[in-house]
Design a protein around this ligand. Structure first.
Ligand SMILES: Nc1ncnc2c1ncn2[C@@H]1O[C@H](COP(=O)(O)OP(=O)(O)OP(=O)(O)O)[C@@H](O)[C@H]1O
Ligand SMILES: [Mg+2]
Length: 351
């Protein structure tokens, strides 16, 4: 919704949110004659003299207007377009053209779903179907519904009004910017209030996921694979308004996977993650099993599996510790391993 002031005309804005007229009147914003323009265009039409004479603070006006709309929508109990409560996958066919073995799969807000299956089975393909909001027009013939309905076409084509944030296997930056410039640009385009604070927050969260710290003045093209991945995850969790997050292969990035997932889930999103990693697969509420291009089964993560997950996490911590030791140039011996996996003074395994 942040970007609609750039995208839709004042006429459309008033049709969508009629109470906005009250805001214009209260703030003596005379939009007459600008109905066909966007609100941003209207704000930009003032001359420098007018801006100074009337003390027009564009940023504040934009921020206040968005807050006003938000509050009014809340107050009136209305739903905005971005309110994604559920995502539904309608069955298509596998690579041989056989129908998938389910009718539809429903995923609700704040749920994590993992996608598992052999290499080449179609995990990334399923994520792409969701990203594209497929309408039986991809190789799988699947359809995607949002809140039980075919999503608005604008979600497909608009890069601003994004339904989906995609964290893909390869992340290449082409712009010559520092981390700070990149994040500020992004924050500006999202029109957040306190840009510096948000930028700091993202850096902190990003560094919390990455091994070697990066700084505000680090050039984004010189970030390592893991660092840029960490930065993008923090950016998506904190700044992105997309209600759906798709993650492909987080485990190859050398970042703290568990923290990354926790950061993303905490922001009330639907998260789908394609993975070969048992810990990530079991952290999900349910997992979609893909075979030969088709969804073969959907399995709810059982209590038993959650218990196993806790054991796996202990083993993982041991491996992480070993990894850190090796990264830091230390040697590893059997004693070190035994110390970690045995309860002190016994021959019982801690995990
Ligand atoms: N139902 C389908 N019908 C036709 N083609 C499909 C179908 N599902 C997947 N494919 C195609 O199969 C190929 C491999 O799929 P995909 O890249 O999604 O595999 P993956 O499970 O992500 O593998 P990896 O684990 O190696 O990342 C792709 O070209 C994809 O478009
Ligand atoms: Mg893949």
């Amino acid at each position: 919704m942040n970007n609609m002031l750039y995208n839709i005309s004042i006429r459309e804005l008033l049709q969508k949110y009629p109470f906005t007229l009250g805001y214009f009147e209260e703030n003596r914003l005379d939009v007459k004659g600008f109905e066909g323009n966007t609100f941003i265009e209207y704000l930009n039409h003032f001359t420098q003299e007018e801006v100074e004479e009337w003390a027009i603070d564009r940023e504040k006006i934009i921020k206040d207007l968005l807050e006003y709309i938000d509050k009014m929508m809340d107050f009136l109990g209305l739903e905005d377009n971005h309110n994604v409560e559920s995502l539904t996958i309608i069955a298509g066919r596998d690579k041989d053209g056989n129908p998938e073995k389910f009718r539809e799969i429903n995923i609700n807000k704040s749920q994590i779903v993992s996608i598992v299956g052999p290499t080449g089975s179609g995990k990334s393909r399923l994520l792409a179907d969701i990203e594209w909001a497929a309408r039986r027009d991809t190789p799988t013939g699947r359809a995607i519904l949002i809140n039980g309905e075919i999503p608005d076409t604008k979600w497909r084509f608009s890069s601003n009004n994004k339904l989906v944030a995609q964290l893909s296997q390869n992340m290449n930056f082409v712009m010559d910017l520092t981390v700070e410039e990149f994040l500020k640009l992004h924050a500006q385009s999202r029109m957040v209030g306190n840009i510096d604070k948000v930028v700091q927050e993202i850096i902190k969260a990003g560094n919390n996921l990455a091994g070697e710290e990066f700084q505000l003045d680090t050039n984004i093209t010189s970030l390592s694979g893991g660092q840029s991945r960490a930065l993008m995850i923090a950016d998506t969790a904190i700044l992105s308004s997309s209600p759906i997050v798709l993650i492909d292969e987080i485990e190859n990035a050398g970042i703290d996977r568990k923290k990354a997932l926790e950061l993303l889930i905490s922001s009330d999103k639907i998260v789908l993650i394609a993975t070969h990693d048992p810990i990530l697969a079991l952290m999900a509420d349910k997992r979609i099993v893909i075979k030969n291009g088709g969804i073969d089964r959907v399995i709810e993560t059982s209590e038993e599996e959650k218990k196993v997950l806790r054991e796996l996490e202990k083993m993982d911590r041991i491996i992480q510790n070993m990894r850190n030791d090796l990264r830091n140039g230390l040697s590893i011996d059997n004693e070190k391993l035994t110390k970690q996996i045995l309860v002190p003074g016994t021959n019982l395994l801690t995990y």
